[in-house]
Each structure stands twice: as structure tokens, then as C-alpha cells.
Design a protein around this ligand. Structure first.
Ligand code: ADP
Ligand code: ASP
Ligand code: MG
Length: 868
């Protein structure tokens, strides 16, 4: 063996991620994708620990009549493990076998292990039912099989996928000092044992797989003689995290990754605070504080083993292995956020020791905590009023009564003398901790916290500020815990963590959906405009930062903003026909997943710009949910079923966000702007008419000048005037959508089918591919030449006109005479005429370029600037 050290990584897969056999296989691919030598720690599949605990409790408590139900549940558990194993090890075939009721076969030896373990469980439950006693030790033994079987399945799945593996029982590598049910690891012993056992396996090229959550405890008789060296003991709920960090420490791992069902460690529990965000990096002390105060994402003691060691811990999303997740390490970043995250623990009781005479009695606090400590009750929050007339602290509800009894004994004399009035217990409470290292350097954090709670009408029962100034915690009624967290989360703008200042970010992050011609034009103008100054001052464009671009293949995302050079490279590569996923920085994903990844990062006041021509309504809704404002050039989200577009607008309004749509009609022309101004000044718009298609305008004027129809269309395509499929323009569908958008502005209540559209695409050319259609364009030349000549003979010309009112929308080909404003339109120019209560005789007319990437991009940019 060479003297070269292998770098080791520890990967822990949590129960929430390991729901079924497919999940195990996914975990296997994650392990196989790592360059360093992995050591794997696994939890029991989701829910199994609870099932096992429930079985044990029921067995002890229940009478004979419950036996059949218990047995049925044991068999259900057996079946579930077999199903997981057959699929994890045998793949699709295994899944089928599992379904056919042939468990165990495909999983080979693991199947036998499962049967052995479940048989043992059944036997254990029978004896529990007879004994009517469940000791912590037996309970640990019962639940330990959850993790053990999980690890055995994982090891087999790795082997089946071609990666040599070795199951290592946790009692051989994790040593504890007890007690059962919540054992404390013995770091020194674990370091030695884990190295001794695991290093040779790693050196032999095997991936060790260790069950999390458990370790060994020594059982001694009253004289200290060992009765059992390696009894299995659990490390407390969620203890697999701790197993992982213990092994990471022992092996001096380059990282410990905790793979979970969330995108990382977030500013708050996402189930409680919907706009919680992933924190890119967190100091060990901050994360430890959050875990200690109840953040369910980490075991409370998981970070102790790595304190002071160069072993970063990552919380990573199981569903998105490429994502950054959260780094927990000794670095300090994001210091401008005085508060980084919140956590809460329910099920708390508050105990108050109070009385007028306490002032003169020394050592009351010390005696209080000492006696609770001896009773084995842990105290989480302590606050003492400065008058020293009361001490109050929180303990788990389950320990409330016991604590009171103990303290009544302790202070029996003082109570008799009336120095202490009594011991008061208030139950049904929750503690909320507000955590951030930067709090120490900022004034007024506490007042902001309590101001936010006061504004939300939440009553605070007690307050404590840790002397470390790393955390402020407070106690509220259990039912106030969620609104309290949302209020504080909002007060510190934690939904924006990672970008911009805590108060007001100076820029806005822009996410492009679609990176076609318009996207590239927009990126180009943004880069150029941002550099310009007027009177020494930058213009608004400098406040826009392009952070992501998404297309159908994938996305490119740079949380710090894409540089002009990076944008240039992307544009070139796209132009050359490569998708975003194929570019250097590109990642593969469907647009919804891409948006998830992007929105989980901490963006500063993000704006989604939809430049696609696809049906993106669901994506846009998702962006709004993620707190983004929206700029649309894409018409579809506004021109689909009425219910959908109404829902979209409602959502935007409810979220107090904005959606601007100027570029959906008339490219950069100020159509919506004009409409708004008319309405705001008290006018009433009766009718909007216009030539709304740059493409059709261009084609009509070309045909009018005698050019063959096919050539006119091809040229429009070349110049980027048309939609990706030119039939979207020629069929009138695109104008129809614009008409519908304008109609809805006027209160049109109909559906897309209610728009009367005249198509210019002959029926025979509708069902074919785009390329076939383009190839057959010339078939229409003769008919168009005839139409143009007929119009000309009458002194008129052809225009494709939209006519929109509250009651009717019609778009189609018209022969317009010289007296119409539309007669003189040239090329791609659009023209919109507003007939209003004030402009009834002479409509208010807006004319200008209405198609092409540059003018559309300019329209989008205008909207973006309105949002800065
Ligand atoms: P594991 O599968 O590794 O055991 P857990 O279920 O213990 O994972 O932890 C993940 C869960 O923790 C998430 O589903 C989430 O609901 C909850 N959670 C609570 N607080 C946070 C937080 N601040 N950040 C992320 N997740 C959190
Ligand atoms: N399976 C155990 C629990 O549910 C340990 C863990 O998941 O980390 O608490
Ligand atoms: Mg957990």
C-alpha cells in the first residue's frame, strides 16, 4: 500500500429521503458519483422508527385482543422492507417481483436478514406483552433494526450496482457513555474504533455502510464490572446526523454531507415559513444554536464532534445532487445579515420561581439549576428579571411536573418563610430562537424582533438573550409560534438572504426564461446600458443584475450575477445552436426544476422575465409564489383560459408583487402605459383597434410592393420578426392572443375560443411540420398576388386588423381604403387606435416599430426599469 492518504467523505442519507427502493438507488448513484472515498451512513426509511416505537409501546400497553393487529403491522413492516430491498437491489425487475409477492429473492442475502430481524421483532413484542415493561434499553434494541436493515440494504444495493461495499455495524465504531434513548458519544473511543475498523476497508476500495442513530453502550453491574460491552443504544431522535459527524471527525473527512429532503439549511422551517430560503453558508456556532433550539433539520448535538476541526458539514438536497446546499463551517460570510435564521421548539413549559424575598437570598439560581440537573431535566431558555424577583426558564412539557415537584422540595424552607412565593408552571408553550453571529455588532435587533411581534399582535411570555449575543429567544403560546416566526422572518427580510443588504437591496436580480433572440438582445442592451452614465450618474439599468437564464434544456445560474463576458459567451454558444445545458456553466434540468433551484437561492428582489412563446403559466405562477415580480413578453400566460390568467393576476395582487406586460402587445410601444394613463385620468376606453402584428404588417407591405408571398415570409423569419413557427403569425393566432390580452384589459369575459380569428394558412398546410410548411410557402403566392391586385384596383390595400371591445374581439384580413389610418403603415410598424369617451371622434393613435428582437427587448427593458 502506498503512503498516500485517501481523502474521505461521509455521506448520510436521511430517512425522509429514503422512502422506497428507488430512493436507495438514487442514493447509490450519488455515492458512485463522488471522487473521494465515501463512507455511508443511513437512517431508517421514512416513518419506520415511529412504527417500531409504536409497536413496542402497544405491545406493552395492550391486552391480548390487540395481538392480531400487532402481528398484522409487523407483517406489513416485513413487506415494506422486502419491497424496498427487492427494488433497491434488483431494480425494475426487483420492483415487479416485490409486487408479485416474491420478496427476498432478488435481494438475496438481505432478504434473509430482513426475515431474521422481523422474526426477532415479533418474538420481542411477545415477550414485551408478557412482561408489561419496556425499558429504555429494550426500546433501543427494538428500534435499532430500522437503521440496521437500512444499512444492509444499502450495502447490497451498492454491490449490485458494481461498487464494492461492506456493512459495518454501528456498535463496532460508535461508542457511547449512555444513557439508552439518548446516548452521548464517547469521542475518544469512537475516534479510535472508527479509524481502526473503517480505514482498512477504505484502503481496500470498499465503501463502508454504517447504520446511523445507534452506537454501543457498556452495561455495568453496581461494582462497575461490565455485564455487556456492546449493548445497542440510540443517540436520540434524528441521531444519524450525529453518527455522520462522528465518523467525519474520526476519519478527518474532507466533508460530511447530510442528504435531506430540503434544499439546505434554511432561514426557517419551510413548512412553517413558506418563503424560507436556503442559507448558502452558516457558521458552526449558528447552526449549532439553531439545532439546539429545535430546528428539526439537524440533531441538536450533531455539530459538537466537528467543532474546532476542519471538517465542513453540508446539508444537501437529495433531489438535486448538483445543488450547492448549505455549508456549515468555521467561515463567516453574510455578515451583513445580523439575523440569519429562526428555529422553534414546541412542547415547552415555563417554570417561574418568584418571590419578594428572593433578592436577599444568595444562590437561588444556582440551586434551581443544580437540582434540575441532578433530576436529569434539561433547561433551554433562562431569563431572570433584573430586579431578581423571579427566575423563569423553559423545560420540555413532559418534565414540567417533575421539575416543579423537585423545586418545591429544594426550596421547602424558603417557601415556608415566604421568601419564595411558589413554583409556577405554565404549559402549552413554544420557544423561538432568533440566531445570527452578526447580532453582536448591531444595535436594536431585539427591538426589531419585539416590534415585529407586537405588530403581529403576538403576546410574548418570556424573553432571553444569550450572553453570546448569538441568539435572542422568546417564549410564546404554542399556537403563536408559527405566526411569530413568519413575523420575525419578514422583519429581517430573511426571504432575501444571500444578496443585498438586510434593509433594502440596491439591485434587482433578473432571471430570464427563454434565451432566444429576444433574450440575447436584452442581455446585450442591459450590458451596454449599464455602463452608460448621465450627468455622472449611472442609469437604472445598472441596478439590474442578470443572474440566470433558463431554456428547455437547462439553465445557467450565477448567484453573484453573470458577467458581460459570460453573457457574451452564452449568446455565442446559443447562436451556434447549443442549448444552455450544453454550455460550459450550464446545468441540465427541466424549466420548473431550474426555477426551483434558482428561487431557493437568496436572490435580491428577483424578477422573472418570460421571453418564451410557450405555455409557461405554471412556471410564472411558481415564480410569483417564490416572491418574484414578473415581466412578460410571452403572451400565453395572459391569453389562455380566463380562469388561469385571472388566477395569475390575483396571485400577483395577493402577494403584493407586480407583473408588467408591455412587450406582449406592440413590442416596445407604450400601449399598456397609454391605456393606464387614460384610465387613471378618468377616461373610459371603448374600443381598441390596430395592426398588431409586425410580421403580418411586413408581409402585407412586401406583397403590396409586388414581392412573392413566400419570399416575404422567409425574409420576415430571417429578420426575427416571426414567432418560432411563422404559422403562429399567419394563422392570426398570435394577433388573436394580443387581441384577447387587450380585450381582457377592457373587461372582455370570454375564452380564447370566443375570439374570432381569420387564418391566412390554408387548411391543407395546417397539420404539417414547420419545415414542411416553410418549404411549401410558394403554393400560396398566386392567391396573394391576386388579392393584392384586387385591393390595389380599388385604391385600397390589405391589412390584418384586430378590433377589440369589451364584448367582441375579431381579427382578420381587411381591405382598407386610403382614409383609414392603417393604410399608410409601412413594414413592421404597428398601430393602435384607442377610441375612448374623450377621443371618440378622433381616436388616440400610437404608431411605431412592432416587431423584432431589438424593439421587443427595449420594451422589456422599459418594464424592468419601471420595477427598479
Ligand atoms: P433527515 O431525513 O436527514 O432525517 P429531517 O427530516 O430530520 O431529515 O430534517 C429535514 C426537515 O427539517 C425538513 O423536511 C424541514 O421540514 C425541517 N426543517 C426544520 N427547520 C429547518 C430549517 N431551518 N432548514 C431546513 N429544514 C428545516
Ligand atoms: N431514524 C431515526 C429517527 O427517525 C434517526 C434518524 O433519522 O436520524 O429519529
Ligand atoms: Mg433527521
Amino acid at each position: 500500500m502506498s503512503g498516500k492518504k485517501t481523502t474521505v467523505e461521509v455521506h448520510k442519507f436521511g430517512g425522509a429521503s429514503l422512502g422506497d427502493g428507488t430512493a436507495f438507488r438514487h442514493a447509490v448513484t450519488i455515492v458512485q458519483g463522488r471522487r473521494a472515498a465515501p463512507v455511508v451512513v443511513v437512517s431508517a426509511p421514512a416513518g419506520i422508527t415511529d412504527v417500531l416505537l409504536g409497536l413496542a409501546t402497544r405491545a406493552v400497553a395492550g391486552d391480548r385482543s390487540e395481538r392480531p393487529a400487532l402481528e398484522r403491522d409487523v407483517e406489513a413492516l416485513r413487506k415494506r422492507y422486502h419491497a424496498v430491498a427487492t427494488e433497491a437491489v434488483g431494480g425494475r425487475a426487483g420492483k415487479l417481483l416485490g409486487k408479485l409477492g416474491k420478496p427476498g429473492k432478488a435481494a438475496g442475502g438481505v432478504g434473509a436478514e430482513i426475515d431474521r430481524s422481523i422474526d426477532e421483532l415479533a418474538a420481542l413484542l411477545s415477550s414485551l406483552a408478557a412482561l408489561k415493561e419496556l425499558t429504555p434499553r429494550t426500546r433501543d434494541f427494538v428500534v435499532s433494526r430500522g437503521e440496521r436493515l437500512s444499512a444492509q440494504i444499502f450495502a447490497a444495493a451498492l454491490a449490485a450496482a458494481g461498487t464494492p461495499s461492506a456493512y459495518v455495524d454501528a456498535t463496532e465504531v460508535v461508542f457511547t457513555d449512555g444513557p439508552f434513548g439518548g446516548a452521548s458519544p464517547n469521542l475518544a473511543l469512537t475516534d479510535l474504533a472508527a479509524r481502526k475498523k473503517l480505514q482498512p476497508l477504505i484502503a481496500a476500495g470498499k465503501v463502508p455502510v454504517v447504520p446511523g442513530f445507534i452506537g454501543s453502550a457498556k452495561i455495568e453491574d453496581e461494582n462497575g464490572a461490565a455485564l455487556e460491552e456492546r449493548a445497542v443504544a440510540t443517540l436520540g431522535r434524528g441521531g444519524s446526523d450525529l453518527t455522520a459527524s462522528l465518523l467525519g471527525r474520526a476519519l478527518a473527512a474532507t466533508e460530511v454531507s447530510l442528504w435531506k429532503d430540503v434544499s439546505g439549511l434554511m432561514t426557517a422551517d419551510p413548512r412553517v415559513v413558506p418563503d424560507a430560503r436556503v442559507i448558502p453558508q452558516l457558521h458552526l456556532r449558528e447552526a449549532a444554536e439553531l439545532a439546539y433550539y429545535g430546528a428539526k433539520v439537524l440533531h441538536p448535538r450533531a455539530l459538537i464532534p466537528v467543532a474546532g476541526r476542519p471538517v465542513p458539514v453540508f446539508v444537501r438536497p437529495f433531489a438535486d445532487p448538483g445543488a450547492a446546499g448549505t455549508e456549515i463551517s468555521a467561515r463567516r460570510t453574510l455578515d451583513k445579515y445580523p439575523v440569519k435564521a429562526l428555529s422553534a421548539a414546541g412542547g415547552q413549559a415555563l417554570i417561574t420561581v418568584g418571590g419578594n424575598g428572593m433578592l436577599g437570598v444568595p444562590g437561588i439560581a444556582a440551586r434551581t439549576f443544580e437540582s434540575l440537573h441532578r433530576e436529569g431535566i434539561s433547561v433551554s431558555l433562562i431569563s431572570q428579571s433584573s430586579s431578581e424577583q423571579s427566575i423563569c426558564f423553559s423545560v420540555p412539557s413532559s418534565a414540567g411536573k417533575r421539575a416543579r415537584t423537585r423545586l418545591l422540595e429544594e426550596f421547602h424552607d424558603e417557601i415556608g418563610r415566604k421568601d419564595i412565593d411558589g413554583i409556577d408552571v405554565q404549559d402549552g408553550l413554544a420557544t423561538v430562537a432568533v440566531v445570527g453571529l452578526g447580532m453582536a455588532g448591531h444595535l436594536g435587533i431585539a427591538s426589531r424582533v419585539f416590534g415585529a411581534l407586537a405588530d403581529a399582535g403576538i403576546n410574548i411570555v418570556a424573553i432571553a438573550q444569550g450572553s453570546s449575543e448569538l441568539n435572542i429567544s422568546f417564549v410564546v403560546a404554542a399556537e403563536d409560534a408559527a405566526p411569530a416566526q413568519r413575523a420575525v422572518h419578514a422583519a429581517f427580510q430573511l426571504a432575501k438572504i444571500g444578496g443585498g443588504a438586510a434593509t433594502r437591496a440596491e439591485h434587482r436580480d433578473v432571471v430570464l426564461l427563454g434565451f432566444g433572440q429576444i433574450g440575447r438582445a436584452l442581455a446585450g442592451i442591459m450590458a451596454k446600458e449599464a455602463k452608460k452614465t448621465v450627468g455622472g450618474k449611472r442609469n437604472g439599468t445598472s441596478k439590474l443584475r442578470l443572474t440566470a437564464a433558463i431554456d428547455t434544456s437547462g439553465f445557467v445560474f450565477e448567484p453573484g450575477g453573470l458577467t458581460a463576458r459570460a453573457v457574451g459567451e452564452l449568446a455565442e454558444s446559443k447562436q451556434a445552436g447549443h442549448s444552455l445545458a450544453e454550455t460550459r456553466a450550464g446545468r441540465r434540468a427541466n424549466p420548473a426544476d431550474a426555477l426551483t433551484v434558482v428561487s431557493q437561492h437568496a436572490l435580491a428582489n428577483p424578477i422573472l422575465v418570460d421571453l418564451t412563446a410557450a405555455d409557461t403559466t405554471a412556471l410564472v405562477l411558481k415564480a410569483v409564489d417564490a416572491g418574484m415580480d414578473v415581466v412578460l413578453a410571452n403572451k400565453r400566460p395572459l391569453a389562455g383560459p380566463r380562469k388561469l390568467s385571472a388566477e395569475l393576476w390575483q396571485k400577483v395582487a395577493d402577494a403584493n408583487q407586480r407583473m408588467l406586460t408591455e412587450a406582449t402587445v406592440g413590442a416596445g410601444l407604450p400601449i399598456f402605459d397609454t391605456y393606464r394613463k387614460l384610465v387613471e385620468s378618468g377616461d373610459r376606453v371603448l374600443k381598441i383597434e390596430g395592426c398588431l402584428s409586425g410580421t403580418l404588417g411586413f408581409v402585407m407591405t412586401e406583397v403590396e410592393r409586388g414581392r412573392p408571398f413566400s419570399e416575404a415570409v422567409r425574409k420576415a423569419m430571417e429578420k426575427g420578426y416571426t414567432e418560432p413557427d411563422p404559422r403562429d403569425d399567419l394563422s392570426g393566432a398570435d394577433v388573436g392572443r394580443k387581441g384577447l390580452i387587450l380585450g381582457r384589459l377592457l373587461g372582455f369575459a370570454g375564452e380564447p375560443e370566443d375570439v374570432v380569428v381569420e387564418s391566412l394558412v390554408p387548411a391543407a398546410l395546417r397539420g404539417i411540420t414547420r419545415d414542411a410548411f416553410v418549404a411549401r410557402l410558394a403554393e400560396m403566392n398566386a392567391e396573394w398576388a391576386r388579392r393584392a391586385a384586387a385591393a390595389k384596383a380599388k385604391g385600397s390595400t390589405l391589412r390584418y386588423v384586430a378590433s377589440v371591445s369589451k364584448d367582441k374581439i375579431a381579427v382578420g384580413l381587411q381591405t382598407v381604403s386610403r382614409s383609414s389610418p392603417f393604410f399608410g403603415l409601412k413594414g413592421t410598424d404597428n398601430q393602435v387606435a384607442f377610441t375612448t369617451a374623450r377621443y371618440r371622434k378622433n381616436p388616440l393613435v400610437i404608431t411605431g416599430p412592432g416587431a423584432g428582437p431589438a424593439v421587443t427587448a427595449a420594451g422589456v427593458l422599459n418594464d424592468l426599469l419601471r420595477l427598479t
